[in-house]
Design a protein around this ligand. Structure first.
Ligand code: AMP
Ligand code: MN
Ligand code: MN
Ligand code: MN
Length: 293
């Protein structure tokens, strides 16, 4: 069956969420394309945080692997006082308002990282900024993940989830409040560049039912079209919960591992279960934006 026919089906092995060394992943776009292909992915998107700097490489690498490709990015947004991630898919990565929006969103990261390091120094962990920087592939994109890797390296914790729990989440010494993009700006940057906006891993935010309802309602009102249902960040009951919400809110469904690193990530590229058959996959609406090998 041709890819064109298979994209109209929910059974396509699509992996539309992962990170390279252009943000907080450890593999290059080329190594990810190779790994995706090896794992049986049929449609791939690289979705670095607040960045499109890896998009041309990812597309070329996908082409070289004979892998269909959609452009992508995962944009950090502040909504109801919490950080929410919006994945954009199928946009033109060179679109000026998207590019400027991402430059502005990334802009505060260095200051934030210095403040995080100050908080860590106060609890006896000096030089964490310099330490984290050694793990950074893109100096514009220092993230909490890079701090986590450094704290594991120096033996403060044995793995990165523990670092987040003890040091890098709300109320902990290395946590710094930060204002990211607005929900409406992020959706507009994506859609003006010809793509579709998708709510990333809604099960991760810890919203009350009312807050979650507000997120979905406002997301739709600003032109958002999709939601991640099957993701490496969801439990099996959450697949069912967000499949129901996709139907309730008439949203397209997405699927992605959120792969960052072979040792750290518990879900590898292309290894998630299929989307439930009652959902409409987001790649159906993005058919015309797919780069075919
Ligand atoms: P930042 O954009 O700097 O706030 O970093 C967010 C990134 O940290 C996410 O994209 C994940 O890769 C990672 N992350 C967040 N929470 C956790 C956690 N509990 N355990 C491991 N990694 C996490
Ligand atoms: Mn990440
Ligand atoms: Mn995320
Ligand atoms: Mn992600």
């Amino acid at each position: 069956m041709s890819l064109k026919q298979r994209t109209s089906m929910h059974l396509l092995n699509a992996d539309l969420h992962c990170h390279s060394s252009v943000s907080d992943g450890t593999l290059t776009p080329e190594a990810l394309a190779e790994r995706a292909k090896r794992n049986g992915v049929e449609l791939w998107a690289l979705t670095d945080h607040d960045e499109v700097g890896g998009q041309h490489r990812a597309r070329a690498a996908a082409q070289a692997q004979g892998l269909a490709y959609l452009t992508g990015s995962e944009i950090s947004v502040t909504f109801a006082g919490k950080t929410v991630h919006i994945v954009g898919l199928g946009f033109d990565p060179d679109h000026p308002s998207l590019q400027q929006g991402l430059v502005d969103t990334r802009g505060g990261r260095e200051r934030r990282a210095r403040d995080m390091a100050e908080g860590l120094a106060k609890v006896g962990i000096p030089n964490a900024f310099e330490g984290a920087l050694r793990y950074v592939g893109n100096p514009d994109l220092i993230s909490r993940t890079h701090f986590a890797r450094y704290l594991v390296e120096i033996g403060v914790c044995s793995e990165s989830h523990e670092v987040f729990k003890r040091y890098l989440t709300e109320g902990k010494p290395g946590y710094v409040e930060h204002r990211w993009a607005t929900l409406s700006d992020a959706i507009h940057w994506i859609t003006e560049a010809g793509g579709e906006a998708v709510i990333a891993h809604p099960g991760r935010y810890g919203f009350t039912p009312n807050e979650e309802y507000a997120l979905f309602t406002e997301f739709k009102a600003h032109g958002g079209r999709g939601v991640e249902v099957v993701t490496g960040s969801h439990t099996v009951p959450e697949y069912a919960k967000y499949a129901d919400m996709a139907i309730e809110f008439d949203l397209l469904a997405s699927r992605g591992s959120d792969f960052h690193d072979p040792a750290e990530s518990h879900t590898d590229l292309g290894t998630l279960p299929d989307l439930p058959g009652r959902l409409t996959p987001v790649w159906q609406a993005l058919e015309h934006r797919i780069f075919r090998p």
